[in-house]
Design a protein around this ligand. Structure first.
Ligand SMILES: [Zn+2]
Ligand SMILES: [Zn+2]
Length: 89
């Protein structure tokens, strides 16, 4: 099931390394880095606007069948800031 986001509060950015079962989490090396509701972290990375994680938990939009949503293993899905213009075109 996919949950569309309605919250707008920024969340702290965490990085996830590895894959499920063998991953580790660490705070972004950029002090105070936060993720916007558009899934864009202050450091420039794509990150989940719901849980703040970036890395192997994310699935980038592949563009097939009009799919423009990035997805996170937490169940969140959103349109990344970087592809928004392409979507509108
Ligand atoms: Zn960051
Ligand atoms: Zn997430």
């Amino acid at each position: 099931m996919t949950t569309m986001l309605t919250a707008s509060a920024d969340v702290p950015h965490f990085k996830m390394r590895g894959f499920a079962g063998a991953h580790s989490l660490e705070r972004c090396e950029d002090p105070g880095c936060q993720v916007t509701a558009h899934g864009q972290a202050s450091c420039g990375r794509l990150a989940c606007p719901a849980c703040g994680f970036s890395g192997s938990n994310l699935s980038a939009p592949d563009g097939f069948d009009g799919d423009q949503l990035a997805r996170c293993t937490c169940g969140a899905a959103w349109i990344p800031e970087s592809t928004r213009e392409r979507v509108a075109a």
